[in-house]
Design a protein around this ligand. Sequence first.
Ligand SMILES: [Zn+2]
Length: 241
Amino acid sequence: MSEWRDAKNRQALARLNRALPEIFPAPVLTHALARSFIPPMPRLAIDSYWRAHPVRADRLARVLAAQSGAPDGWVWRLGAAKPDGLPPTFRAPPAPYREKRFARGRGACCVCGQPVYRFGWHCDLWGEGPNKQAMWHTACVVAWQLWSAPSHYARPLRRFQKHKCAETGKRLMRAAEVDHRVPLFQVWREQRDTSWPQLLRYWGVPNLRVINRAAHVAKSAEEAGLRALGKAAAASDFTSP
Ligand SMILES: [Zn+2]
């Protein structure tokens, strides 16, 4: 097995070295060479780097989004009509540049609105200008996946919390679950006017935590009670304005 892997890695390294441009982000290369299977292409090396660092990807995506700011006239709205690009529920992260009306077109990232360069990188290390084919930063792809399905990122989030339950401080059990500190229904109901991209903090690591199941069940029951109370008071809050 290890001989086979060594042979594969020699081949992959040779391919990577051939394809590698003179300038390449050093941490990405270090990460690639330390993988048990070396990514054979620069693009795959960058992808592998961000997948291994979702917490960093989340932070970067929000920093880039802050450079763009929200487009004039944008408000967080929901909509079932796909052609508009509006998110169907309050669970989806608000993303103005994914909406048809505000999209910046090819060469700009649909998550943060900033230019996308070679290999989906976020700075123009090569002085070539934006990559006119690209519509996502590689970091923003990972951030978007984390925001949309945080439970898939339980492992790095557990590591980020040093394996302690965010609710009780006890060691995280195997069945621990990822939870939003401020539930997203409450964000839609009470924080809807927060400016973008500050809103994204509610989907990102600042609002995510891993807690033991028992603590999670208790919190979910409390939220269900809150929701039922709120529903009676403001039934229209969950529908699109
Ligand atoms: Zn981006």
